[in-house]
Design a protein around this ligand. Structure first.
Ligand code: ADP
Ligand code: MG
Ligand code: MG
Length: 254
C-alpha cells in the first residue's frame, strides 16, 4: 500500500526556487533514507510534508494514503499520522512535557473517534514508553525541551513518536549531535516502532545511522531533486566517495 507519493514537486522558500521536481514513493513497511549535500532541500521537503507555512508549493502533487496531503491543514496531517521530528527541536517554556504529550496524544485519539485519556491514565501510558528511550520520569515535569541536552531532545522526539505511533515518521537529522549511546537508543526506538503498516523517512548526513536503522532505499538529493536511488549499499558508497561523482554523472547524463 502506498503511504506517500510525491510527484514533480516544486517549491519556493523566500521567493527562491528550492525544490525542482522531486519524485518519491514510499510504501507501507518501508524505511527510506535521504542523503545529500547541505542546502539541497532535504529539510525543505520535510517541512513541506508537515505543512510549514513558510514553504510555498508551486507545482506537483503529494498524496498521503490516497489523500491530497497539500490540501490538509498541518494539524490534520499530524492527527492523520504524519510525524516530523525536527532537525532543531523546539523549546516551549512554561508547558510541561507531560501536558504537551497528552494534548498531542489526545488530539490524535479524538480524530480516531476514541475517548481522551485523563492525566492519570496518560501518565501510566507514558511511563511504559519512557523505557524505550531510557528517559527518566522527571523529564515529564520539565518544560518541553527547555534545558534538554541535544541527545535528550532527540530522545524526547522519539518518545513523542512512540506515543503517537505515526503512519509516516519523518526524521530530519535525528542523528546529528548524538553520541554513540544516544544514537543507539534513538535507533532502537525507531526500530521498535517499525510495523508492516507504517513507514519511515530518515534524512541524514551520516552513514553511521544506517548501521542501526537499516533502510530499504537510499536516495541522493541535490539541488532540489532526487538524483539517484539505491539500496543500503549506496550509503556506503557515498561514505567512501562523497557526492560529487553523482553530480558529475548527472551532468554527463549517465
Ligand atoms: P538541507 O536540509 O538539504 O541542508 P534546506 O532545505 O535546509 O537544505 O535548505 C535548502 C535551501 O533553502 C538553502 O539554500 C537554504 O538556505 C534555503 N532555505 C531553507 N529554509 C529557508 C528559509 N526559511 N528562508 C530562506 N531560505 C531558506
Ligand atoms: Mg542541512
Ligand atoms: Mg536540513
Amino acid at each position: 500500500m502506498s503511504i506517500l507519493s510525491v510527484r514533480n514537486l516544486t517549491a519556493n522558500v523566500a521567493g527562491q526556487s528550492i525544490l525542482k521536481g522531486l519524485n518519491l514513493d514510499i510504501k507501507a513497511g518501508e524505511i527510506h533514507a535521504i542523503m545529500g549535500p547541505n542546502g539541497s532541500g532535504k529539510s525543505t521537503l520535510s517541512k513541506i510534508l508537515a505543512g510549514h507555512p513558510a514553504y510555498e508549493v508551486t507545482g506537483g502533487e503529494v498524496m498521503y494514503q490516497g489523500e491530497n496531503l497539500l490540501e490538509m491543514e498541518p494539524e490534520d496531517r499530524a492527527t492523520s499520522g504524519v510525524f516530523l521530528a525536527f532537525q532543531y527541536p523546539l523549546e516551549i517554556p512554561g508547558v510541561s512535557n507531560l501536558d504537551f504529550l497528552r494534548v498531542a496524544y489526545n488530539s490524535k485519539r479524538k480524530k480516531q473517534g476514541l475517548e481522551e485519556l485523563d492525566t492519570f491514565d496518560f501518565q501510566d501510558l507514558v511511563e511504559e514508553k519512557l523505557d524505550l528511550v531510557k528517559m527518566n520520569a522527571s523529564f515529564l515535569d520539565r518544560s518541553v525541551n527547555e534545558g534538554f541536552s541535544g541527545g535528550e531532545k532527540k530522545r524526547n522526539e522519539i518518545l513523542q513518536m512512540a506515543l503517537l505511533e505515526p503512519t509516516l515518521a519523518i526524521l530530519d537529522e535525528t542523528d546529528s549531535g548524538l553520541d554513540i549511546d544516544a544514537l543507539k537508543i534513538v535507533s532502537n526506538g525507531v526500530n521498535q516502532l517499525r510495523r508492516p503498516d507504517n513507514a519511515v523517512l530518515m534524512i541524514t548526513h551520516y552513514q553511521r545511522l544506517l548501521n542501526y536503522i537499516v533502510p530499504d532505499y537510499v536516495h541522493v538529493m541535490a539541488d532540489g531533486r532526487i538524483l539517484r536511488t539505491g539500496g543500503k549499499e549506496l550509503a556506503l558508497e557515498l561514505e567512501s566517495r562523497g557526492y560529487d561523482w553523482i553530480l558529475e554523472e548527472e551532468l554527463q547524463g549517465v
